[in-house]
Design a protein around this ligand. Structure first.
Ligand SMILES: NC(=O)C1=CN([C@@H]2O[C@H](COP(=O)(O)OP(=O)(O)OC[C@H]3O[C@@H](n4cnc5c(N)ncnc54)[C@H](O)[C@@H]3O)[C@@H](O)[C@H]2O)[C@@H](O)CC1
Ligand SMILES: [K+]
Length: 245
């Protein structure tokens, strides 16, 4: 059997389903916690605080959370970034009412005094190159289907104007990209960092390696399970939750 380095959107959804099915029994909360934790670790690796001035340390990390599970990863990531000593601000324009769990993630952010902005707040005020360390793009992941609807279309258009001055860290799939085909429609972001979860999706083969640093994270499957889906597990070191590819 040949070993794939990427899995399609269809296979990624099947993997998710099996991990959370009756045989294996992970809960969404567990996987999301590990996914968000690994994204926060990638941000730390890419933008370390060590040796930085207080001004640098006070810069915002602007986390934009979408309506689905990719957004949930962003909410978790923001909490860990705060614990790691960063200054995250979350923009969560369209809140999921799919489960109570999303409300709980927001309560946890309140508990850590991480601001969570709503759709009607002036979110662009927080996005100034001199005051913003990076943007975490947790808008859409592997279930995105173009064309993009509002309010996200307008939001992503604004991000595209800023991305040359503020680096974007995309969670799992760069927002606006077709999961299998890559950046085939607009608007779509061009991230400085991509953190693929579990295993990279086919769109990741379209990144420009000179521009985009690629990590894999979401360290939650054993080798035989990965092999069953045609890929290998990654050589994570020690307790690391991410690996630079
Ligand atoms: N096993 C894994 O790898 C895990 C994946 N997780 C995350 O879950 C993500 C997938 O989550 P979901 O399946 O909830 O999907 P997404 O979060 O990718 O997006 C689904 C949401 O986007 C909306 N949407 C889709 N197309 C749109 C469009 N054109 N315009 C406006 N809105 C649109 C849908 O209505 C839905 O609300 C992954 O990419 C990953 O980030 C983790 O949370 C858990 C573990
Ligand atoms: K994303």
């Amino acid at each position: 059997m040949s070993t794939l380095k990427v899995v399609s959107s269809k296979l990624a959804a099947e993997i998710d389903k099996e991990l959370m099915g009756p045989q294996i029994g992970f809960t969404l909360q567990q996987l999301m916690e590990l996914a968000g934790f690994s994204v926060a670790q990638a941000v730390c690796r890419q933008f370390p605080l060590k040796g930085k001035t207080e001004t640098e340390k006070g810069k915002h990390i602007f986390v934009i959370a979408g309506p689905g599970n990719n957004g949930g990863d962003g909410l978790v990531c923001a909490r860990h970034l705060k614990i790691f000593g960063y200054n995250p601000v979350v923009y969560y324009p369209k809140r999921s009412d799919r489960t109570e769990f999303y409300k709980q993630l927001v309560h946890q952010l309140n508990f850590f005094k991480v601001p969570v902005l709503s759709q009607d707040e002036n979110w662009l005020d927080y996005l100034k190159p001199e005051k913003t360390l990076c943007i975490v793009d947790a808008i859409f992941g592997f279930s995105f289907k173009p064309p993009m609807r509002e309010p996200f279309k307008g939001i992503v258009e604004e991000l595209c104007k800023l991305q040359d001055r503020i680096p974007i860290v995309s969670v799992d799939v760069p927002t606006g990209w077709d999961v299998d085909e890559g950046p085939i429609s607009q608007p779509s972001v061009n991230p400085a960092v991509l953190v693929s979860l579990t295993v990279p999706k086919p769109c990741s083969t379209h990144i420009d390696e000179k521009h985009t640093t690629h990590y894999v994270g979401g360290r939650f499957i054993p080798r035989d399970f990965a092999n069953k889906y045609g890929f290998e597990t990654f050589g994570y070191e020690s307790t690391d939750q991410i690996l630079k590819l």
